[in-house]
Design a protein around this ligand. Structure first.
Ligand code: SAM
Length: 323
């Protein structure tokens, strides 16, 4: 039974007085193969769905979902709730990482037979840390049209709300869960002059922020939690501030994305500066503490300072020795 809150998006069907405005009839804005209220042309449609707020779905997305022959989705129960909410009766079939190899050939056969198929994930934009890449690749290789609808994605929502530079950004999805691989993954991108957007589980957030701090050096960052939902929160600070906060407060509730600002514009300090500070810092301290102090002071990745310490002449870094 349709719920009371259900939106009748079929009001955008032909004959609706608003239709021309909704679809857009200005030069160059004709919809690609899926005019409002009509059956879409055969092919694969990538349809983003809300990341928390049920109303974050486009009219075109609803139109496509309503009129395609089949919706392939990660979890039929999750997508079923969305379809119920909007009164969409289209049949669904599961397509997720565990059955994709088996199901994909059948979906490609349906495309070959002239079907229109929408691909959705549980939330957000399909393919973005979600299934669908191989399907798009194989559909494209086989010559079937693939149409991406723009819509919600936690990555772009986090980036644009972060107040960190959005002009160049690197989306890295989920960092590796194991600490050593994660640290290495961050070291590999430490020199990239762009903001970084990452997904992370709340449970691994503190470890991830610590590793970012160590590999990328101190930078401004934002943890975007529960975007578009009731307890939406954007927590800003340096990577060290944020790591400290979550170490004390414990893992946050809900879903989080991390945005890290680009490396600063200043010139990196020369080896002479690092060496001088290391020599001072080592007095009465362990090598480890000295490296921490210098890395913090110069906002450099800890590893870079440590490598410099190792490269210095033997004897130059003896604790307690003044030169
Ligand atoms: N394809 C989705 C998209 O485009 O948003 C992302 C799917 S990925 C499996 C799920 C991850 O996205 C979560 O673990 C979290 O890192 C992030 N995420 C999803 N929804 C979020 C939200 N409402 N607020 C913050 N992060 C979110």
């Amino acid at each position: 039974m349709p719920s009371k809150s259900r939106t009748d998006f079929r009001s955008t069907a032909p004959g609706d007085p608003h239709r021309r405005e909704l679809v857009g009839d200005t030069e160059g804005s004709e919809p690609s193969g899926d005019a409002a209220g009509s059956k879409p042309a055969p092919g694969l449609y990538l349809v983003p769905t809300p990341i928390g707020n049920m109303r974050d779905i486009t009219l075109r997305a609803l139109d496509i979902l309503q009129h395609v022959d089949l919706i392939a989705c990660e979890d039929t129960r999750v997508t079923g709730r969305l379809l119920d909410h909007y009164g969409v009766p289209t049949p669904v079939t599961p397509y997720h990482e565990h059955n994709a190899r088996r199901v994909r050939p059948e979906l490609l056969r349906r495309l070959a037979a002239g079907a229109s198929i929408a691909l959705v994930s549980d939330a957000g934009t399909p393919l973005i840390s979600d299934p669908g890449y191989r399907f798009v690749r194989e559909a494209t290789d086989a010559g079937y049209p693939v149409t991406a609808l723009p819509g919600p994605s936690a990555a772009l929502a986090a980036l644009t709300a972060s107040a960190l530079p959005p002009d160049r950004f690197l989306f890295i999805g989920f960092p590796p869960p194991r600490a050593s691989a994660r640290l290495q993954a961050f070291q590999e991108i430490a020199q990239v002059r762009a903001s970084i957007v990452a997904f992370e589980s709340a449970r691994r957030l503190t470890g991830c922020l610590n590793d970012m701090r160590e590999a990328l050096g101190e930078r401004e960052a934002v943890v975007a939690r529960e975007l578009t939902k009731r307890f939406e929160e954007l927590r800003r600070g340096t990577l060290a501030d944020l790591a400290r906060h979550y170490a004390q407060a414990g893992p946050p509730k809900g879903e989080v994305a991390i945005v890290v600002g680009p490396p600063g514009d200043r010139q990196p300090p020369g080896d002479g500066v690092i060496d001088g500070l290391l020599r001072e810092a080592i007095q009465g301290r362990s090598l480890r503490d000295a490296v921490d102090i210098v890395a913090e002071r110069l906002a450099l990745p800890r590893r870079a300072v440590y490598e410099r310490a190792l490269a210095m002449k033997p004897g130059a870094m003896k604790p307690g020795q003044r030169r």
